[in-house]
Ligand binder design. Sequence first.
Ligand SMILES: C[S@@+](CC[C@H](N)C(=O)[O-])C[C@H]1O[C@@H](n2cnc3c(N)ncnc32)[C@H](O)[C@@H]1O
Length: 232
Amino acid sequence: MSSPYDAIAELYDPWSISVVEDVGFYLEEARRSGGPVVELGVGTGRIAVPIAADGIRVIGVDSSRGMLDVCARRAALAGAEVDLRLGDLREPPVRERVPLVICPFRSLLHMHTDEDRGAVLAAARRLLRPGGRFVFDVFTPGADDIAQTHDRWLEREPGIFELARWDETARTLTLTVRGPDGETTMALAWLSVDEWRALLEAGGFEVEACYGWFDRTPFKGQDDSVWIARRA
Ligand SMILES: C[S@@+](CC[C@H](N)C(=O)[O-])C[C@H]1O[C@@H](n2cnc3c(N)ncnc32)[C@H](O)[C@@H]1O
C-alpha cells in the first residue's frame, strides 16, 4: 500500500502545527461517547493522541505506513497508546463495534466518487453500535479562497510551501506540499453541503448537527462544515 502521505510523514506535524481548532471538539465528542473511538485516516495522531492520553481507547486506521510510524512515536512521547492499523478508509480492518467513528481534517476529501464516499459511510455505519455517531469535517471552498490561492506558492509555515490548483468544474484540488526534506502532491475532491447531507441520509445516518466551525456555531455557508451523524 503506497500513499502520497509517506513522502511527507515527517513534514506533516510541522506543516499542520497551527491547526489546533478541532482538537478540543473531537476530544469532547470522544468523552461524550465514552469510547472506544475509531479514527479513519488517523495520520500522525494529531487528534487520536490527545483522546488516548485522556484515557479513551482509540483504534486508528490509515493507508500511510509513514504516518502511522510518526503516530506511534507521538503516542509513546505522550505516554499514550493508540491501536494503529494499516488499511483503507473504505475497508477498515476493524472488527470491534464502537459508539464513535471520527474522520477529522477533511480526510473524506480523499474520496473522489460517490461510490467511494458511500463505501466509507457504509464502513463507518458498520463499525458503529446502534445509535452511535459518525463525526467528521469537510470543506467546500469559497470563490475568495480559490481566487487568493490558485496556482501560487504560499509559505504555510516557515520553510514549508503549498501550491493549490483548483478545478472548479471537476471540483478537485491538486495540492503540492514542499518542505526541506520532502514533497508530495495529492488530489482532493469536494462536494456541497447538500450533497454531503444527501449521502449521509442515503447511507443510513440521521444528521444531528451540521456546524460551520468547531465552536459549534451553526452552518451558514462557511467553507468548513462539521458533521455529527447518528446511525439511524
Ligand atoms: C489530512 S490527513 C488527516 C490526518 C489526521 N486525521 C489529522 O486530523 O491530522 C488525511 C489522512 O488520511 C489518510 N488517508 C488518505 N486516503 C486514505 C485511504 N484511502 N485510506 C486510509 N487512509 C487514507 C492519509 O494517509 C492521511 O494520514
